[in-house]
Design a protein around this ligand. Sequence first.
Ligand SMILES: NC(=O)c1ccc[n+]([C@@H]2O[C@H](COP(=O)([O-])OP(=O)(O)OC[C@H]3O[C@@H](n4cnc5c(N)ncnc54)[C@H](O)[C@@H]3O)[C@@H](O)[C@H]2O)c1
Length: 249
Amino acid sequence: MIKVAVCGANGKMGREVCEAVMNDSSMNLVAKIDIQGDSYRTIEEAKRYTEIDVIVDFTQPKVIYENAKYCLRNGINIVIGTTGLKDEEISFLKKLSEDNKVGCFIAPNFSTGAVLMMKFAKMAAKYFDNAEIIELHHNQKKDAPSGTAIKTALMMSEEKESFKKDNCPEVETIEGARGGTSYSDIQIHSVRMPGYIASQEVILGAAGQILTIRHDSMDRKCYMPGVLMAVKYVKEHKNFVYGLDNIID
Ligand SMILES: NC(=O)c1ccc[n+]([C@@H]2O[C@H](COP(=O)([O-])OP(=O)(O)OC[C@H]3O[C@@H](n4cnc5c(N)ncnc54)[C@H](O)[C@@H]3O)[C@@H](O)[C@H]2O)c1
């Protein structure tokens, strides 16, 4: 049985993860960790009372880096759903994971449909000159753009070094109207609105044609199969992985 602790256990994602872990016959939910509610307050505190194989973290951008470093330095495999890690932080976590041989699985998006959207966008990238991403999330989201949008742009940039951005002679009369520039000059636009959970559109353009690839998450349950796959993966492989796409064919 894999001993799983959930950090951020009382949050929207954390509650779903606790339920999914309890319903998986190969896992035991050994600890709930959260700064609110009836839980251990820190990973350190939980570790004093129970053995933990894998921590699943769905907390918030400002705490995830410290949580991850603590786990990797203390032999606890970690699955990171929390978004907002910077590139240099991810590089350092990779190094810690490899040096200490402790599993670290980071996925900006655990939903299988979203991973396929990213793979399709990557596949399409080399056939189009222009690309922009619009991501739409609930208004409680603490980071912009979404980790999924950044990861999508990164994957597309592996197929195409630079998309055209100077083919519209624009004047930005409202600052930020054209969004932010990401990998390979892909513009990313973030919409925040009550009612959305997580949606994303990748729009690719070439002379005479537009391809739109869209994914909508309707319920947080869509993330759970991916989270459970990652828990099993890190327990077995104890290595560093960035992106669910690496373990989905
Ligand atoms: N990777 C994915 O597929 C995916 C999907 C959805 C959300 N997310 C990300 O997951 C994170 C959580 O999202 P949410 O909607 O569940 O947020 P939420 O605000 O509902 O839950 C966060 C929980 O973390 C707790 N928390 C905050 N600081 C903590 C700390 N220092 N120690 C322990 N617990 C702490 C809060 O009390 C809260 O219960 C966000 O970064 C979000 O972007 C990722």
